[in-house]
Write a protein that binds this ligand. Structure first.
Ligand code: GLY
Length: 311
């Protein structure tokens, strides 16, 4: 039975100084995921473990490494979906949680709900004994410095640039959302996505990552996908559901990913998507200057890339 694992760490104008560290972060996450798959782990466990590794890596805008919103706080979104029964969990605009993807999984497994937001998601995290952290613990480098200065009164440091026009010309702030899709040896598919969202977003803004069918989708009968990029566009075309739907209608994953991107372009959207089908075939597409991405090939070898042709 074929296995598959693909990851992403964002589709945007990734600066040169982040290229090597992003590639090694993806490689590390794939190594962890490959070991889990080889041990016979469930696809859901694999995507959660891989996304946790990416949330821990400050090169990416998810978990540790998230960006500040316009209020100078960190609000994160995440979702996870199991393809066998279409069970899913998600959190949005949640604060001071080290691993939003694991909180999303708890929403799926230990609540009657699919999506919890804001303070309610935080309360659920406390009830479940989830590891909480300080906002400072999620910030690194210039973002931590910015946070401290904003707290000291320099609110002018927070830019009010988040706007519908702000996604233009691919050069907007970091969109280093992370995600993973996996097919395990028993033919189970899963997908997970996590993000700190767009820089200087309006407080309460929620992107595509926690919205099923937009940022994350998995269905064992067809495929699993995770999206990254400008959330407002991805939401409007339900990118991951669109891509998996194309597979269901007979497209190969590579074509399905491209068809999804064509739909995203209808709304002027910028981003990328990874997808695996139930046969372990892979697809990646993006329309940004760079996309941090990686996958296991049919022999289980790790590949990572940022430039050029999707794969
Ligand atoms: N794709 C992540 C976001 O827009 O929030």
């Amino acid at each position: 039975m074929p296995q598959a694992l693909l990851v992403h760490g964002g589709a945007w104008n990734i600066p040169d100084e982040l290229v090597e560290s992003s590639l090694s972060g993806l490689r590390h996450a794939l190594e962890i995921g490959r070991s889990r798959l080889d041990e016979g782990a469930d696809a859901l466990d694999v995507v959660e473990t891989v996304v946790r590794a990416l949330e821990e890596d400050p090169n990416f805008d998810a978990g540790r490494g998230s960006r500040l919103n316009r209020a100078g706080e960190v609000e994160m979104d995440a979702s996870i979906m199991r393809g066998s029964d279409l069970q899913a969990g998600a959190v949005a605009a949640v604060e001071r949680v080290r691993h939003p993807v694991s909180l999303a999984r708890l929403v799926m497994e230990r609540s009657p709900h699919v999506l919890l937001v804001g303070q309610g998601a935080g309360r659920f995290a406390d009830e479940q004994g989830v590891e909480r952290c300080r906002t400072e613990d999620l910030l690194v480098g210039a973002e931590l410095e910015r946070y401290r200065r904003v707290r000291a009164g320099e609110t002018v440091l927070i830019r009010e640039e988040f706007s519908p026009e702000g996604h233009g010309e691919e050069a907007q702030g970091p969109l280093g959302t992370v995600g993973a899709v996996a097919l395990d040896a028993r033919g189970r598919l899963a997908a997970a996505t996590s993000t700190g969202g767009s820089q200087d977003k309006f407080p309460g803004r929620v992107g595509d990552s926690p919205v099923l069918g937009a940022g994350t989708w998995a269905d064992d009968t067809s495929g699993a996908a995770s999206a990254t990029g400008w959330g407002e566009g991805i939401l409007r075309v339900l990118l991951t559901h669109t891509v998996v739907d194309c597979i269901e209608r007979g497209s190969a994953p590579e074509d399905a990913a491209r068809e999804g991107l064509a739909r995203l372009e209808r709304v002027g959207g910028k981003g990328g998507v990874i997808v695996a089908d139930r046969h372990g075939r892979r697809g990646i597409a993006f329309n940004t200057p760079r996309m941090a991405r990686g996958w296991l090939d049919d022999e289980g070898e790790i590949h990572v890339a940022i430039e050029g042709e999707p794969r």
